[in-house]
Design a protein around this ligand. Structure first.
Ligand code: PRP
Ligand code: URA
Length: 209
């Protein structure tokens, strides 16, 4: 079973509470998602491998540590996942970005794919799928499967809010994928929206309806 990391850092919880408020507008919502994305990326990358390198400071030569080998890829699920990309890139500017376009059919609640473009060397990278909302889990499960079908097997999932049933579904479908999340909410409502959640993340991010 994949691990579930819930981030209870006060800064993340504070910012998330502002995002949840219905009166928070798109500009502030975008800024907060960007900031939380950066704070979460700090933890998601905590175990990246380091290697010894020889450098010279103004004082002397020394051996010190730098990130080694395995490179990072960020894969937002369109649209709302886009809001978490820049926060990660500000910490890891060399990361490549792939995109998976999925929308949830309003009637069936099933994910429908409309776009997929990945870095050519994606299978050699640690890939972090980002999407603020993990509701039924259908979109995340499909996105992970797309990556696996293209030979990628080192995958993590980073979300903002999850419903318990969606988290369980992802863990059962992809037990090799760890999930990083800022909050686990109560449940889904009859329209498969997260309760209390924050509403429709894509619409709030981009000011659409
Ligand atoms: C939202 C959200 C997730 C998905 C979660 O996207 O950003 O991708 O729903 O729901 P699930 O876990 O039940 O699959 P949506 O389909 O609304 O598309 P959008 O980001 O383009 O608005
Ligand atoms: N997608 C969203 O944007 N919000 C939810 O609560 C569920 C799916």
């Amino acid at each position: 079973m994949g691990k579930l990391y819930v981030f209870d850092h006060p800064l993340i919880q504070h910012k998330l509470s502002i995002m949840r408020k219905k009166e928070t507008g798109s500009k502030e919502f975008r800024e907060l998602l960007d900031e939380i994305g950066m704070l979460m990326a700090y933890e998601v990358t905590r175990d990246l491998p380091l290697e010894d390198v020889e450098i010279e400071t103004p004082i002397c030569k020394c051996t010190t540590k730098m990130l080694s080998g395995r490179k990072l890829g960020v894969v937002p699920i369109l649209r709302a996942g886009l809001g978490m990309v820049d926060g990660i890139l500000s910490l890891v500017p060399a990361a490549r970005v792939g995109h998976i376009g999925l929308y949830r059919d309003p009637d069936t609640k099933q994910p429908v794919e409309y776009y997929c473009k990945l870095p050519t060397d994606a299978p050699e990278r640690l890939l972090i799928i980002v999407d603020p909302m993990l509701a039924t889990g259908g979109s995340s499960i499909a996105a992970i499967q797309f990556l696996k079908d293209r030979g990628c097997h080192n995958i993590r999932l980073m979300c903002l809010i999850g419903a318990p049933e969606g988290i369980k579904a992802v863990q059962e479908a992809h037990p090799d994928v760890d999930i990083y999340i800022a909050a686990v909410d109560e449940r889904l409502n009859e329209n498969a929206y997260i309760v209390p959640g924050l509403g429709d993340a894509g619409d709030r991010l981009f000011g659409t309806k």
